[in-house]
Design a protein around this ligand. Sequence first.
Ligand code: LIP
Length: 262
Amino acid sequence: MLEYIKNLAVAAGKLALAEQAVLSADAVHTKATAKDIVTDADRKVEDFIVTMLKREFPDFAIFGEESGKSGHESDYCWVIDPIDGTAGFARKLPNWCVSIGLVHKGESILGAIYAPVKNELYYAEKGKGSFLNGIRMHVSSVSDLESSIVVTGLGCLRANWKEENNLKYISRIAPLVGDLRKYGSAALDCCRIAHGVLDAYWELLLQPYDIAAGDIIAREAGAVITDFYGGSDYPARGFLCTNGALHRTMLEFFSDYQDLRR
Ligand code: LIP
């Protein structure tokens, strides 16, 4: 199963890369807000992935960012983000990926993430480790904030969250860490925690398809993932993915977080 998903993620990534090369303005559309965009490529890549998964795993459920739920009712569900990092993809930037995760009774148990521009294939299966292009990955051992590089996203601003949003937490955290980054792809942010090149990642507003594959890839590399209360209700109540050594310290920044489910 993992080998099939790895190959499917690569094939879908190559399709997306070809689409990006010829992407025109009339192939870019808005969704819930003017900042929430989708391209014809997102839909085309998801259609390809869904078609292949239905053929290979006809008894599994499927949940895709663009097409929603399909397939059969099942304890097993493929969770797909055809192009994670769409905003950057639409402007021909390199930081985007294809993300395919398998969730069993709510737990991510297998996943593959392919970043075509750098030809990086991240993958993991529960209990069997986490890999980048065949090389085993492990989280960093950074335990002091001032030596850390952390990453976040601003999906909450795309959704026009004006009162409770990430700017409050960024202003708390940025002065205390070594560096703060924003790359625009939750899936790849999780992979970089797994790879040990970044030390902590958080976001206020993510969807299951943003993190289904990144969840298992990061945890199999030793990452700790919780919601902002330190529990397992993520991403609904926030998403915090760290190298473990920094988790308790990072969690303290969210001590006044209010779960304002919208
Ligand atoms: C994106 C996430 C990113 C978040 C963006 C957006 P998309 O997913 O990967 O972390 O900050 O707002 O939600 O929309 O490119 O699939």
